[in-house]
Ligand binder design. Structure first.
Ligand code: F6P
Length: 378
């Protein structure tokens, strides 16, 4: 690879703590190798619309600890971009910008959608790409962890800790809704770490009567409160059966995050209305069936804000610098994954279009069961 290579970098999909740390890792390592870095604004839309900014050393100084992404992000996909309300294939415009900027590689930081878009640009646009696995959902295939997950898990855990004290004081059930789309990693991880009494995840369809029995048993044992952690993508056994009969995969419930499954009134296309969060429904049912007062806390985007944990700062810096090392060796069209705690390249074809959900026999599931946690199924 030539030493004066030019790298484009963009951040796409939902933001998370650690994006700035990863951009910094890429930029500092690139400068170390004598490469030039060009920032692309607002995800793939910035690439299509040629919205860029130079990235120099002062710009990436002091951003290791900052949340969000200074480049901006969007959920736009180059091969299916909304233009005047219609989905248009803008691959050629994206490639035009890439060529105009004389880039040798485009580094894309994102989750599952980004992995797919990067591969599509490679296959249909013929450009060289390299990706990093980012998402609080931790559901990217072929990597043991994604960056952003640890920070979000620490926020959700702290929330569950705090809910314990108020739930005890008032002898209530508190239902805490955790993000994660169709994957239960965030809810399961923070639920175990925070000592939730019930943890419901999309991969294990729940039976409400099993949850009620567990809460009543706790009450009879003198425990005067209960914390119920629910992932936003959960489904009851009945809902899961209906979905799989309708042809859906078990555990994969929706194409859009539950709270985005909105109903736009005619003429308000693009405006999302928020439906009743799943946690409200569960709290209402549990209050009715147990006779114990219930409250709801939906953590929402709080889980995506603020400074990354030390673990994520280290992970992002490792992934970002490894990306540049791979580029310096002419290794493209891969995602930098974590396997056995090492940063390794994995072919994008293996990653794109697949999701890593919680296997029902995962050790964390067993850990939860062995610590008297109800997972809603027994
Ligand atoms: O993928 C990250 C995530 O935070 C999911 O956990 C959640 O379902 C979704 O994004 C929320 O998306 P948005 O920020 O577009 O509302």
């Amino acid at each position: 690879m030539k030493s004066n290579a030019r790298i484009g970098i963009l951040t796409a999909g939902g933001d998370c703590p650690g994006l700035n740390a990863a951009i910094r890792g890429v930029a500092k390592a690139a400068m170390h190798y004598g490469m030039t870095v060009v920032g692309i604004r607002d995800g793939f839309r910035g690439l299509v619309e040629n919205r860029t900014m130079p990235i120099d050393n002062p710009l990436v100084s002091g951003i290791l600890t900052q949340g969000g992404t200074f480049l901006g992000s969007s959920r736009d996909r180059p091969h299916k971009m909304k233009v005047n309300g219609r989905n248009v294939d803008m691959t050629s415009a994206a490639v035009r910008t890439y060529r105009k900027l004389r880039l040798d590689c485009l580094v894309c930081l994102g989750g599952n959608g980004t992995q797919k878009s990067a591969l599509a640009l490679r296959e249909n646009g013929g450009i060289d790409v390299l990706t990093l696995p980012k998402t609080i959902d931790n559901d990217v295939a072929e990597t043991e962890i994604t960056f952003g997950f640890d920070s979000a898990m620490s926020i959700a855990t702290e929330a569950i800790d705090r809910l314990h004290t108020t739930a005890t004081s008032h002898q209530r059930i508190i239902v805490c809704e955790v993000m994660g789309h169709d994957a239960g990693w965030l809810c399961l991880g923070s639920g175990i770490a925070g000592g939730a009494d019930v943890i419901l995840i999309p991969e294990i369809p729940y039976d409400l009567s099993a949850v009620v029995r567990h809460l009543v048993r706790r009450n009879k044992a003198g425990k005067r409160f209960s914390i119920v952690a629910v992932a936003e993508g959960i489904a009851s056994m009945g809902e899961a059966a209906a979905r799989s009969e309708a042809g859906g995969k078990a555990g994969a419930h929706r194409s859009a995050p539950p709270h985005l499954e909105a109903f736009a009134a005619p003429g308000t296309e693009g405006i999302r209305l928020v439906q009743e969060p799943v946690s409200s429904r569960i709290a209402r049912q549990l209050q009715q069936l147990t006779g114990t007062e219930a409250r709801v806390t939906s953590l929402g985007h709080v889980q995506r804000g603020g400074s990354p944990t030390p673990f994520d700062r280290l992970l992002c810096t490792r992934l970002g610098t490894k990306a540049v090392e791979l580029i310096s060796r002419g290794r493209f069209n891969v995602m930098v994954a974590i396997k056995a705690n090492e940063c390794v390249p994995v072919s994008l074809e293996k990653v794109a279009g697949r999701k890593r959900t919680v296997p029902p026999d995962h050790p964390w599931v067993q850990t939860a069961r062995l610590t008297e946690t109800c997972l809603g199924d027994q």
